[in-house]
Unconditional design. Structure first.
Length: 207
């Protein structure tokens, strides 16, 4: 006996199969992203500063210009305004695609663009060049600003740049795996770095 599926026109059956495959891929991707988000929030804990890191005395909440600040109760001069730390994220584009890397501390299968803290006396553009060299062993050029984004879990201000790069990829000790994704196949993900990728793709007219 022929089933309704077997009686479908071939083209319709192919479309249905593609939709089912896409639905499965989206489900897997969503599950992974939810797991990554949970991992990110659980992994990174911001310091509470219950004690002064300078003299060891307890801290107290005080109001300074309308903002609640952790201040040293012994009045040694310490006050934590909880300012975000500047971090540079870099979308590295090579002739073979965009580099996504896996950090040794991340769960298996979790990839992202590279990122690093701004060093003392360094401007963000210099950080983008340095991080590309240090983490991937590539020489960056044609540096373009993409945008700035808050990574709330670690209280970081992500300053995103896109660079073109050349050379042979050599991972440093922080990374253990990478993949090259063609621009037209690159998909953004939730979070600050994913938002940067989304904006970069939009500016290129890809999505």
């Amino acid at each position: 006996m022929l089933t309704s599926a077997s009686m479908m026109p071939l083209s319709h059956a192919n479309v249905l199969k593609k939709r089912q495959t896409m639905a499965i891929k989206n489900c897997v991707r969503l599950t992974l992203l939810m797991w990554i988000s949970r991992y990110t929030m659980d992994k990174f804990i911001r310091p509470s500063f219950q004690y002064c890191p300078h003299c060891g005395a307890k801290t107290q909440d005080v109001k300074i210009e309308g903002q609640t600040v952790k201040s040293c109760a012994a009045k040694c001069g310490f006050a934590n305004f909880d300012n975000p730390a500047p971090v540079v994220a870099v979308i590295v584009e090579t002739p073979d695609g965009v580099v996504l890397a896996h950090n040794t501390q991340w769960p298996k299968g979790m990839f992202s663009i590279i990122a690093g803290y701004v060093d003392p006396y360094e401007i963000p553009e210099q950080t983008a060049i340095r991080e590309t060299q240090e983490e991937l062993g590539l020489k960056a050029y044609d540096i373009r600003f993409v945008g700035h984004y808050m990574f709330h879990a670690k209280n970081q201000l992500m300053i995103a740049f896109a660079v073109k790069a050349q050379g042979d990829i050599t991972l440093n000790h922080e990374l253990d795996e990478y993949k090259l994704v063609p621009v037209h196949k690159l998909k953004p993900w939730p979070g600050a770095t994913g938002d940067a990728v989304k904006d970069w793709l939009a500016n290129k007219g890809v999505c």
